[in-house]
Design a protein around this ligand. Structure first.
Ligand SMILES: O=P(O)(O)OC[C@H]1O[C@H](O)[C@H](O)[C@@H](O)[C@@H]1O
Length: 314
């Protein structure tokens, strides 16, 4: 746990589920449920919510929570033998009181470490031994950082393979006013066309209907511009080559029981992911995948509206 203990509060959330609140001294905050190891709230220092949570979200395990940042592991989507998006998002995680050290100095941040290990029941579904460590951290500027470390702890010599995503639901004022920069000219697999491979056009992405695409081998920095809110989300990723972009639009939204009919207007999923090339870990090996989100006034980063700056900027 973070040394700044007063910045961490373990309390009960909806339906008595355990949650941890992280507070950064300048006022930003985040909430993480042990159920799913799921971030459900991220607020800036004005107390404004930056993540989308469905108006019909059900906090009833084992149903995953619709919104925030569900963890998709060990399978993204429905390609594979497991349930859609794997099981990590509907398991109870624990607080990891003694995580192995991180190579970087995390002392100035507020953070919580969670851990997921397979139960005997889980082992029947996916017969692999692993330790999944998740660190959720808030930076001094209110940045939200998620770091996953997954280790193959098997003693039987068997490797395992997985796909992964931080299924991030961003809160946006109006989806038709949003554009995404950083994915221009990138190849994608279109989930609406049986994963057919195409190449994105040269302009920033805008939204006029359902989108469900896995952009492959993308730049490490993607910007999501909310014109009406005059806010830009900057997503940075490491160890996660792909990026999923999803909005169900009106028809699909109506078919999703835990999503309000109009909710699709106020959400956009942009997800750092490893989907196209699954990751294989031999016994003793560890994989690390990181997603960092910041939210800045659009005017502040107007110099970055140029796609080249988004791709090449710091
Ligand atoms: O309804 P869920 O299982 O949470 O999945 C929600 C969505 O997640 C991803 O973004 C997939 O690409 C979509 O195909 C899927 O519909």
């Amino acid at each position: 746990m973070s040394s700044e203990r007063t910045c961490l509060e373990l309390c009960k959330g909806i339906n008595g589920l355990d949650k941890i609140i992280l507070r950064e001294v300048r006022g930003s905050s985040a909430e993480v449920y042990l159920f799913g190891g799921q971030v459900t709230s991220w607020k800036n220092d004005h107390g404004e919510e930056l993540l989308f949570l469905s108006s019909k979200a059900v906090f009833k395990p084992p149903k995953p929570i619709r919104g925030g940042i569900p963890i998709c592991f060990p399978q993204f989507g429905s390609h594979g033998t497991l349930e859609q998006h794997g099981f990590a998002r509907n398991k109870f995680w624990s607080i990891d009181t003694d995580p192995p050290p991180f190579p970087t100095n995390s002392s100035s941040k507020v953070f919580i470490d969670l851990i997921l290990k397979p139960s005997d029941e889980d082992f029947k579904l996916w017969p692999h031994s692993y330790e999944f460590r998740l660190r959720v951290a808030l930076g001094p500027g209110g940045d939200l950082m998620l770091t996953s470390r997954i280790r193959n702890t098997s003693t039987d010599g068997k490797p395992f393979t997985f796909t992964f995503a931080y299924h991030t639901y961003l809160s946006v004022s109006d989806i038709s006013e949003v554009r995404v920069e950083g994915l221009e000219t990138i190849d994608y697999l279109d989930n609406l066309r049986e994963r057919e491979r195409s190449t994105e056009q040269g302009d920033a992405i805008t939204f006029e209907g359902e989108v469900d695409k896995v952009y492959v081998s993308t730049p490490t920095k993607i910007a999501i511009l909310d014109h009406e809110k005059k806010r830009t989300f900057v997503l940075r990723k490491d160890g996660l080559p792909d990026a999923v972009v999803w909005n169900p639009w009106d028809r699909k939204a109506k078919a999703i029981p835990d999503l309000g009919d109009e909710d699709y207007k106020h959400m956009l999923c942009v997800e750092a992911a490893a989907v196209e090339k699954p990751i294989t870990l031999k016994p003793g090996e560890e994989w690390k995948g990181r997603q960092e989100l910041s939210a800045v006034p659009s005017s502040y980063c107007s110099g970055q509206l140029d796609p080249q700056r988004v791709l090449l900027g710091s």
